[in-house]
Ligand binder design. Structure first.
Ligand code: SAM
Length: 653
């Protein structure tokens, strides 16, 4: 390749020839095309994209005149090959790729090869990467209609940009642009080329594009249809109660954290199935923690009911605020009753705890800390009252606090709430001495107040920051509970798919968001097991707006470009599908990014595509997928049902 395809043509730069000799191109092409790795041709990669022809890569790199100290941006990273070659010459290479699956595969390859100065992310490269600018060199490996302004602005003065630009999506001229001053650029035409289209804000729009047809040396054999392949691999079942979970438990192995998602916050089957699995995990695998996407003090009421702990539950009714049905429902009470009966037969230390990971209980958590300190250390309780007094005006509407701070109308309470938490941590030995359980509860509440304060401020800076604060808080709480319960503790987590499926494989990552699932994977590796749930149609309990009444809504049959549609077309009504290490053909075919549906506490079927679907790579997002073709709304506990319950019952007053 070096001699015949590069040096024998006009590639002269010894650094480029050396770098291209060093990077193994075979590591960047699909397994079945390895024998063509050194042909003078682009090759197909996943997502109907291509790895560029070696000569074109060399030509672009030469045109960039790379120096060893240069900072490089690679737009359209694809397989990661060109970025890898550039990294052997330059100081840092930042790659952006619009397909999440390609971005992740490229990242994996570069890290396997030890190219630590390559940093690849999923996103729209036409916007560049302002946080890493200015760039000495920018290479764009896909053809757009114009030179994106953001890229011009992110060039260093003296920097070079090489980009294919053309009036149609498939034929371009390769341009080299130099930034000659603050507001001046010089352009040269290096000749005609044919790249795949640049799709994005300053490129072609996805809708304008005819489906890409990369040149392949050999046509792949026609695959069985994907729904049929799903049906072949699915473990189907008739009823949740009769399902044999033996194979599932075997797959989970010795996992310490099992995450059970849900595709809505109001579907009965998701709760019942999670309860069924959780019972098995408790009875047969020794799990001792059930962690819910619920606020700490709310779940604590359930915990004190099922475990009979010494912690005083907060005096008000649990789960009495929007969205009440999310936990106060019949499916949940059935599980809580089962857990209480199970715990009643266990020694106190072996009892299974229920904990809440979420942080929307500013008011109740403040009250819990103060109540606890009033009992054990009245002097510190006085300090706590004073410090938390800063948040007092906002307790009923904490979201307004962030706005008030941001506008400068109110001072931030950060120092007070953080000081309170650090004081408690510092005094742990003294305070926890008499009753570690009660101290732990108070400490979690103090931590919640500190994080909630930051969360409500961050809400006004952007959704990614507040989302990350919330999911980091949930993960930190889970970790704290596991530490508290001892070295062997194992937890099962119940939260929405969007918190538990690895965000790195969804469009969330392009927004800079991460989640519990991603943190579990990076902390626990194979000892974390992520299970997603999906449905095609039926009914769901949800509201039309925040704080609006709950309605039973009809779930629209799934979108034709979604994973849900594939599952529906499999014709299997309910099944478990192993994704981790699944049959590679199935996994590969499922790895083409598709839509996935997420219904939260709000469901708006009329704008479903915009408000409830997101892009994901399902077999990477989850280790296993549980499917119910038709589902039903959860049955909320009515006021009457709660009132009829005995005083000790956690959902009642
Ligand atoms: N240099 C790559 C290699 O060696 O594998 C070439 C990859 S291919 C020719 C171009 C890539 O650009 C495709 O993977 C495509 O998905 C990506 N792409 C297209 N539009 C993009 C955009 N706006 N942002 C980031 N990547 C984009």
């Amino acid at each position: 390749m070096i001699e015949r395809q590069l040096a024998a043509r006009d590639i002269r730069d010894p650094e480029i020839l050396r770098a291209m000799a060093e990077v193994p191109r075979e590591a960047f092409v699909p397994h079945e095309l390895v024998e063509f790795a050194y042909e003078d041709t682009p090759l197909p990669i996943d997502e109907e994209q291509t790895i560029s022809q070696p000569y074109i890569v060399a030509l672009m790199l030469e045109a960039l005149e790379i120096e060893s100290t240069d900072n490089i941006l690679d737009v359209g990273t694809g397989s990661g090959y060109a970025a890898a070659v550039a990294s052997r010459i330059a100081a840092q290479v930042y790659g952006i790729e619009r397909h999440a699956s390609l971005a992740h595969a490229a990242t994996e390859r570069c890290s396997r090869l030890g190219y630590t100065n390559v940093h690849i992310r999923h996103g729209d490269g036409t916007l560049g990467s302002p946080q890493h600018a200015p760039f000495d060199c920018i290479m764009v490996a896909a053809g757009g209609p114009v030179v994106p302004e953001a890229l011009k602005q992110q060039m260093a003065i003296g920097g070079r940009l090489v980009i294919p630009v053309g009036e149609t999506p498939r034929a371009q001229n390769l341009l080299r642009i130099r930034r000659t001053g603050e507001n001046t650029w010089a352009e040269e035409n290096l000749g005609a080329v044919a790249f795949v289209p640049l799709i994005g804000t300053a490129g072609w729009s996805a809708d304008e594009m005819a489906p890409a047809r990369p040149r392949a040396p050999a046509a792949p054999a026609a695959p069985a249809t994907l729904p049929a392949r799903i049906a072949r691999h699915a473990e189907s079942f008739d009823t949740i109660e009769n399902l044999s979970l033996e194979p599932f438990l075997e797959r989970i192995g010795e996992a310490r954290v099992v995450c059970l998602g849900e595709a809505s916050h109001g579907t009965a089957e998701f709760y019942t199935m999670r309860a069924r699995i959780t019972r098995e995990l408790i009875e047969r695998k020794g799990f001792t923690v059930v962690a819910l996407e619920a606020d700490w003090p709310e779940a604590q009421r359930l915990d004190s009911y099922v475990r009979g702990t010494s912690v005083q539950p907060h005096p008000e009714q649990a789960f009495d605020r929007f969205p009440t049905w999310m936990w106060a429902n019949h499916q949940m009470t059935e599980f809580v009753d089962w857990l209480k009966a199970h715990n009643d037969d266990c020694e106190p230390d072996a009892r299974v705890a229920i904990v809440g990971l979420d942080l929307y209980s500013l008011h109740r958590s403040i009250a819990a800390v103060v109540r606890y300190l009033d009992d054990v250390d009245p002097e510190t309780a006085r300090v706590a009252r004073h410090r938390y007094g800063c948040l007092e005006p906002w307790q009923q509407d904490p979201a307004a606090y962030g706005a008030a701070v941001l506008s400068g109308r109110y001072r931030a309470c950060e120092r007070d709430v953080v000081a309170m938490l650090t004081d408690m941590v510092r005094e742990r030995a003294r305070l926890a001495e008499h009753d570690p359980e009660r101290f732990f509860d108070a400490e979690r509440n103090a931590g919640l107040v500190a994080h909630a304060e930051a969360y409500y401020r961050a809400m006004y800076y952007g959704s990614a920051q507040s989302w990350n604060l919330r999911d980091q808080h949930m993960f930190d709480t889970l970790e704290a509970v596991l530490r508290h319960r001892g070295a062997d503790a194992r937890a099962v987590v119940w939260a929405h798919n969007s918190h538990l499926g690895d965000a790195a494989w969804t469009e969330m990552s392009a927004r800079g968001e991460y989640n519990i699932g991603q943190l579990v994977r990076s902390r626990y590796g194979d000892d974390g097991y992520l299970v997603g749930f999906g449905t095609d149609h039926g009914t769901v309990a949800a509201a039309s707006d925040w704080d609006a009444p709950m309605e039973i809504k009809r779930v629209v049959p799934s979108h034709q470009r979604s994973y849900e549609r594939l599952c529906h077309e499999s014709g299997v009504a309910s099944f478990l599908l192993l994704l981790r290490g699944a049959d590679s053909q199935l996994r590969r075919e499922l790895s083409a990014e598709r839509l996935e549906r997420a219904i939260g506490v709000i469901y708006r079927p009329e704008t479903e595509l915009q408000s409830h679907y997101f892009h994901a790579v399902l077999p990477r997002q989850f280790d296993e997928w549980i499917w119910f073709d038709a589902t039903h709304a959860v049955e909320p506990l009515g006021v009457a049902a709660r009132q009829g319950m005995p005083d000790t019952y956690p959902f009642a007053v």
